[in-house]
Structure formats: structure tokens, C-alpha cells
Design a protein. Structure first.
Length: 246
């Protein structure tokens, strides 16, 4: 793996029976980069993320995450990354602080560092005053921040966010992206999937995915070109793919 790359994918394929969910995908994600995976529901984004997180075995191809092979070193991959899904994966019947304590244990944060990390996570998420609140009572935007904090409590160098802003209001989404920028500035690599066109503008680079294939890749400016918006770009590219397939 090249030193500057946190993720390398080459000809990755994932099939479920005869259905091809990920179709010959290749891309690199650089260290410290915010890389966006943009596409409609069912495009194959989440499946690709789960393969990269070591949660699904690839059918064929090669994928390296943090220097580890996702096929032969899936456990090493899982110890290297943070992962946050759109469902947040929190325990609603635990208090805010208890969720952080739980994930500190899951991710193997040393006992002597757990209280310090909890204070840092509470501060980052703006939840110092809500530490004793039941997580299930948190508004969606606050729950989202807590889920991010739990995903990075072990300070992973690579963070995967699978549609993390789904279902929250625009202000909460903007605040969440401020946190992502802060993580990137600290050197963490962030790989995020989304179907919100405006979020593409926040990424350093992005790939547009449709029907399991990457149909375009580059910076937001490179992809947008003369189009009025990222949505125009995506619609145009889908139309081109449909014409090729017909």
C-alpha cells in the first residue's frame, strides 16, 4: 500500500447469489482526506462500506484498509477503523455517558484513558450537560453527535460513516459536517456515504456510484464543471449510463 493511501480498492466485486451489488469498483482514498461516496439508495454504497469494514467478505478483487487486507485480515481492519451507520448503533436505554463507557470497552480503550476520552467526546459533541440523560431521549442531531463520538472513542486513523446524516434536519447536518472537518484537520481519514447532493460539496474528493459501479470520480469542482449543481451532474451521468445500457 502506498504510504499516502488509507484505502485502496482494485476490481472489487460483491455478489449476493446472482445479484451484483458491487461491480468491479476501483479507487484510492488518501490519508487525512474526506472522501464522499455519492449515489441513490441501492447504488451499492453501503455494501462497499461493509466490505471495507471487514463486515462482508468480497466475492473477488482486492481491498486494503490501513495496510490490512479486508479478505485475509478482517479483524485487524476492524481494530483500525471507526464505523458509524445511519442507525447510530447506540443503546437507547443507557445514559449518554454509559454509551461512551460501553464503546470504550468494546474498542479496547485502556482503563487509564477511558475517563479522559469520555470527557473529550462529551466536549466534542457538546454533551457535557447531558451526560446523565437517557440516550433515547436525545433529539436526532444530538444522538448523531454521540454516535460519532462513540465511533472515534479509540481514536481510529480511518473513519467510515454510512449515511450518518440521514433523517436529521439541515442545521444538525451542517453542525455534524463541522465535526467531520475537525477530524480531518487532525489527520483522520473520513470515508462517508450520502445521497444528499449538497453534502458532496463538503468532500475533498468524491465518487458517484450507480447500480454498483463508479460512474465518475474527482473533486466537486472537477465533476461539476459547467453544471449548475452537483444534482445536475449526477442526473446527467445517470442518463449517460442508461443510454450505454440500452
Amino acid at each position: 500500500m502506498q504510504d499516502q493511501n488509507a484505502v485502496e480498492i482494485e476490481n472489487l466485486v460483491k455478489k449476493f447469489g446472482t445479484f451484483v451489488a458491487v461491480d468491479n469498483v476501483s479507487l484510492d482514498v488518501r490519508r487525512g482526506e474526506i472522501f464522499g461516496f455519492l449515489g441513490p439508495n441501492g447504488a451499492g454504497k453501503s455494501t462497499t462500506i461493509r466490505v471495507l469494514c471487514g463486515l462482508l467478505r468480497p466475492t473477488s478483487g482486492r481491498a486494503m484498509v490501513g495496510g490490512f487486507d479486508v479478505y485475509t485480515q478482517a479483524e485487524d481492519v476492524r481494530q483500525t477503523i471507526g464505523y458509524m451507520s445511519q442507525r447510530f448503533s447506540l443503546y437507547d436505554d443507557l445514559r449518554v455517558g454509559e454509551n461512551i463507557d460501553f464503546f470504550s470497552g468494546v474498542y479496547g480503550v485502556p482503563n487509564g484513558q477511558r475517563e479522559k476520552r469520555k470527557r473529550e467526546i462529551l466536549h466534542m459533541a457538546g454533551l457535557e450537560e447531558r451526560e446523565q440523560m437517557l440516550t433515547g431521549l436525545l433529539p436526532g442531531g444530538w444522538k448523531q453527535r454521540l454516535a460519532l463520538g462513540c465511533a472515534i472513542v479509540h481514536e481510529p486513523p480511518i473513519l467510515f460513516l454510512d449515511e450518518p446524516t440521514s433523517g436529521v434536519d439541515p442545521i444538525a447536518r451542517r453542525n455534524f459536517w463541522d465535526l467531520i472537518y475537525d477530524l480531518s484537520l487532525r489527520g483522520q481519514t473520513v470515508f462517508v456515504t450520502t445521497h444528499y447532493m449538497d453534502e458532496a460539496e463538503y468532500c475533498h474528493r468524491l465518487a458517484l456510484m450507480y447500480r454498483g459501479r463508479i460512474i465518475a470520480e474527482g473533486t466537486p469542482d472537477q465533476l461539476r464543471g459547467t453544471a449548475a449543481s452537483m444534482e445536475d451532474v449526477f442526473v446527467s451521468l445517470i442518463e449517460q449510463e442508461e443510454r450505454k445500457a440500452s
